[in-house]
Design a protein around this ligand. Structure first.
Ligand code: SP5
Ligand code: ZN
Length: 342
């Protein structure tokens, strides 16, 4: 299978994150891609190619143009007045209806929903390269009617139309889905199998019926992102019934996962998408430092096989997965199911 990756995606490397009241080393590190690239090469899973150059327009159907301009210039605005990583520390409450503040401190809170991830000098170039990898993978999938892997990093599924958070700045899965539509697909499904709910993808497509969004994830009552991912969130307006959330138990194993995935795949199948985007996170793995599920490397392979059985061209977009030593093997196990010609 073709694999799309841009070396510029390695550059983004915040030193720390705010986690449960403490400052700890950043989990979402460039070492993640090294582990994956090494295993892809060792297993000869496919050829790795860089994305083609895109115009910024590929972002603006899924992100607010002012948010994109903010991200592109945030480091410049921050470094003019501060040293260290740019991080938000104040947010509007749900009852406030503010205009965009002109202060960089205000803007950081206006355009984010958590304090886990900062913005550094290289954040924009990596996030933009990551989004372009997803766009190129979507183009390859559509042209060849074959599965393609976008080795996205930083990840994207937590990024909303105009908010970063959860290590995510630009929503690569949403960019890929929108590319498929622009290339001629009439319906696309995004299937999110990261441990965490893909709140950003849900929010971006919540009122649209051309993109079905389905996510299996740890129950938000007990897991990040806490405020999104409940089963009752089914879409609004034209998008009513085009959003599916499947919250799973904290100690979910393959028996529980497999049954819920099977039901979800049936609903995706019933929607007859022309292509699917898979937001794939390996943080469902049993020893992931951010997860609590009990899936094994072999289970991730089974999940891949179940998705392949949809028999629909897929763009696989990397999201989370933080057990670095096992990450390459986990991603390879999942991808192997897609690697043989469709
Ligand atoms: C793309 C992605 O996977 N983003 C995840 C962001 C999660 N950030 C906060 C996680 C806090 C949960 N810490 C759990 C520790 C359990 N040992
Ligand atoms: Zn995750």
């Amino acid at each position: 299978m073709q694999i799309v990756f841009d070396p510029r995606q390695r550059a983004h490397a915040p030193g720390s994150e705010f986690h449960r009241g403490k400052t700890i080393p950043y989990f979402e590190s460039p070492a993640r891609v090294d582990s994956i690239l090494q295993e892809i090469q060792r297993c000869e899973l496919g050829q790795i190619t860089p994305p083609t150059e895109h115009s910024i327009d590929i972002l603006t159907r899924v992100h607010d143009p002012d948010y994109v301009s903010f991200l592109r210039t945030a480091w410049q605005q921050w470094s003019a007045v501060e040293t260290g990583e740019a991080k938000p520390h104040v947010w509007p409450s749900p009852s406030m209806r503010p205009p965009v503040p002109s202060s960089i401190y205000g803007k950081l809170g206006f355009y984010s929903f958590d304090a886990t991830c900062g913005i550094t000098e290289t954040t924009w170039q990596s996030a933009w390269a990551s989004a372009q990898s997803a766009a190129s993978a979507a183009e390859l999938t559509w042209e060849n009617q074959r599965h393609t892997f976008a080795l996205c990093r930083p990840p994207g599924h937590h990024a909303e139309r105009k908010a970063f958070g959860g290590y995510c700045y630009l929503n690569s899965a949403a960019v890929a889905a929108q590319r498929l539509l622009n290339l001629g697909a009439s319906r696309v499904a995004v299937l999110d199998v990261d441990y965490h709910h893909g709140n950003g993808t849900q929010e971006i497509f919540y009122d649209r019926r051309d993109v079905l969004v389905a996510s299996l994830h740890a129950d938000p009552r007990v897991a990040y992102p806490y405020f999104s991912g409940y089963a009752g969130e089914t879409g609004v307006g034209d998008g009513e019934s085009a959003n599916i959330n499947v919250p799973l138990s904290e100690r979910c194993d393959m028996a529980e996962y497999g049954e819920n995935l099977s039901n979800t795949l049936q609903r995706v199948h019933d929607d007859s998408p022309d292509a699917i985007v898979v937001s794939f996170g390996a943080d469902t793995f049993q020893s992931d430092p951010l997860g609590t599920f009990r899936l094994t490397t072999e289970d991730l392979g089974r999940i891949g096989q179940m998705i392949v059985a949809l028999n629909t061209p897929a763009v696989i977009v990397l999201e989370g997965g933080y057990a670095i030593e096992a990450l390459g093997a986990n991603v390879a196990a999942f991808l192997r199911a897609f690697a043989s010609p469709k």
